[in-house]
Design a protein around this ligand. Structure first.
Ligand SMILES: C[S@@+](CC[C@H](N)C(=O)[O-])C[C@H]1O[C@@H](n2cnc3c(N)ncnc32)[C@H](O)[C@@H]1O
Length: 177
């Protein structure tokens, strides 16, 4: 799985020159399987009406499940215009009032109200994100990282899923500030 992700990263890096000079594409689009999304949100102890943010929200699946199944106030941040449009339209079509996708750079948002942050990024992206989260997150806020740790942070819990049913293994890390 990590090899496939690395190949996608290479393609992303090649394409970086074509991206906006202001914002860096920190990871390729590689969706989390829905069964793993649910495990991330459970590991993150997401409760109704809590504020959650998925950083690099792709097709919006984490945001949608957080609002639909967990009753959270859910926000995605996505740089890619097509993914932003597709996920925003899906949320609108589902009539989810407490979900939205911001089109923007994850390094330039305000997470000070967040109860839970989810990330599926790369080690170098997590390294860049770390000071933003350290500066902004309130005490007790949780962060769930999929497959790649936040360098230097000590996870409170680690969950390993050997096979997601499609032959992919996953590791989830729970951090509490
Ligand atoms: C590995 S995918 C994860 C998608 C989704 N969170 C999931 O788990 O299914 C990473 C996402 O981050 C987005 N992304 C990369 N750099 C970004 C940035 N600087 N700001 C916002 N989104 C970004 C990519 O477009 C992609 O959709």
């Amino acid at each position: 799985m990590i090899a496939r992700f690395a190949i996608a990263l290479l393609i992303t890096c090649t394409m970086q020159g074509q991206e906006s000079a202001k914002s860096e594409k920190l990871a390729p689009y590689y969706p989390t399987p829905l069964s793993i999304v649910e495990r991330m949100l459970k590991l993150g102890e997401l409760k109704p009406n809590e504020k959650m943010f998925d950083l690099g929200s792709g097709d919006g699946r984490i945001v949608i499940m957080a609002a639909q199944k967990f009753g959270a106030d859910a926000t995605g941040v996505e740089l890619d215009a097509d993914l932003w449009k597709q996920s925003s339209e899906k949320i609108q079509g589902l009539g989810l009032k407490k979900a939205r996708i911001i089109r923007g750079d994850i390094l330039k948002q305000d997470y000070s109200t967040a109860d839970l942050i989810t990330v599926y990024l790369l080690p170098a992206s997590n390294e860049k994100l770390k000071p933003v989260l350290e500066k902004q997150l309130k005490k007790g806020a949780r962060v769930v990282a999929h497959d790649f740790e936040i360098p230097g942070w000590i996870p409170e819990k680690t969950e390993h899923i050997e096979d997601d049913g499609e032959g992919r293994s996953h590791t989830l890390y729970l951090y509490r500030r």
